[in-house]
Design a protein around this ligand. Structure first.
Ligand SMILES: Cc1ncc(COP(=O)(O)O)c(C=O)c1O
Length: 381
């Protein structure tokens, strides 16, 4: 069968399951306002949690690194960004990658060995899953939110790893802090992907620092709260030297654009200064406002607030209905979330106003059926 015929057949099968995906056609973006296929909307689905994506000043560094950092692509903005990120994360060193996906699929296989055992949360991001699949360590999948067994040793000098997100990207809930501290005391190595926590805590720090946890390797992305692009892994000087030498997606790939690296440095000035503090305060206020508007029992622990509807087509229909009202909330379907757990993934930003949050909540009440309104707090009318 020719390739196009095969792919048309596969796309038709996805259509039948409500799993076809299309790129949203966005223009004229200013903060949370943009046009979607020409229609003006307010977005409630980006990861620009602090509203910084529009604030980072243009820079005039070269657009391309021209080669792998190890050949001739290692420029001053890369080194400056890594120095600042290591200090902020509280580690000796940090390594910058062009994206978080590229980081996880390169770093994990480079550091794991066949004697190691890895305990990985069931809801970890696809890039972590793929990184572990590329590695040679034995893997055990932990039920979401649970801890690995505390006893048990690994033979042959192997290490025990706990690999987890801090703030889970699609559920907005967090890893069990007390169990993480206990595991570190028990000698576990901790690989923590803080993509959705980095920048949201005091001084622009991440979730583990705010919870007294020092991961063995800490991963932060620079495309979410920092509003830019790329990711970094922070750890000991030795671990970072190893990653620069052996992580295949670092060694065999052109370095991060120097323009992006310089934007990251500017983004860090904003994140760690008054702009960041004010944005974090506005985000907290918005989360408290959302909780009141939805009559939730408590304020959400992160800017990610899922409304799980289950059915793929229904999730897409509800998202389309919201769009009619001028609110863009993306429907998230498998394989991004487990089968039967399709949802609206609502995200809040410091850039939203209380009036916009009220408007969205009002529209949600309009478009959700009576049974689905249960998701909007037990006493919602
Ligand atoms: C937990 C987690 N890790 C890694 C990534 C990948 O990061 P990037 O978008 O920089 O590729 C994401 C993306 O959303 C994520 O949620």
């Amino acid at each position: 069968m020719p390739l196009d015929a095969r792919l048309r057949h596969r796309l038709a099968a996805l259509d039948a399951q409500g799993l076809r995906r299309e790129l949203p056609e966005i223009t004229h973006r200013e903060g949370v306002h943009y046009r979607l296929a020409g229609k003006p909307v307010v977005g409630f689905c980006s990861n620009d949690y602090l509203g910084l994506a529009q604030s980072i000043a243009p820079v005039d560094a070269p657009s391309g690194a021209a080669s792998s950092r190890l050949v001739c692509g290692d420029l001053a903005p890369h080194r400056e960004a890594e120095r600042r990120l290591a200090r902020l994360a509280g580690h000796e060193d940090a390594v910058l990658f062009p994206s978080g996906f590229q980081l996880n699929v390169g770093v994990l296989p480079s550091i794991l060995s066949s004697e190691d055992i890895v305990f990985s949360d069931a809801l970890n991001h696809a890039s972590i899953i793929d990184g572990l699949r590329l590695g040679s360590a034995q893997r055990e999948i932990l039920p979401h939110g649970s801890a690995p067994p505390r006893d048990g040793r690994v033979g042959g000098g192997g290490l025990r790893w706990w690999v987890t997100e801090s703030v889970f990207s699609m559920d907005g809930d967090v890893a069990p802090a007390t169990a993480l501290r206990a595991a570190l005391d028990d000698g576990f190595c901790l690989y923590m992907d803080d993509a959705h926590g980095f920048g949201l805590f005091d001084g622009g720090r991440g979730w583990p620092q705010a919870h007294g946890i020092t991961p063995t390797l800490y991963v932060g992305t620079l495309s979410k709260a920092l509003g830019c692009a790329g990711a970094f892994v922070a750890g000991s000087a030795t671990a970072c030297t190893w990653i620069r030498t052996r992580a295949r997606s670092f060694v065999f790939s052109t370095g991060t654009s120097p323009r992006v690296a310089e934007s990251i440095v500017h983004g860090l000035d904003l994140l760690t200064g008054e702009v960041g503090e004010n944005a974090r305060a506005r985000l907290r206020s918005n989360l408290a406002h959302l909780a009141r508007a939805l009559r939730l029992p408590s304020t959400p622990t992160s800017p990610v607030v899922p409304i799980v509807l289950g059915d793929n087509e229904r999730s897409v229909r509800v998202a389309e209905d919201l769009l009619e009202h001028g609110w863009h909330v993306q429907a998230i379907r498998p394989p991004t979330v487990p089968v039967g757990a399709a949802r609206l993934r609502l995200t809040l930003s410091a850039a939203h106003t209380h009036a916009q949050i009220d408007g969205l909540v009002c529209a949600l009440r309009d478009v959700l059926g009576a049974s689905d309104r249960a998701f909007l707090g037990s006493t919602a009318p």
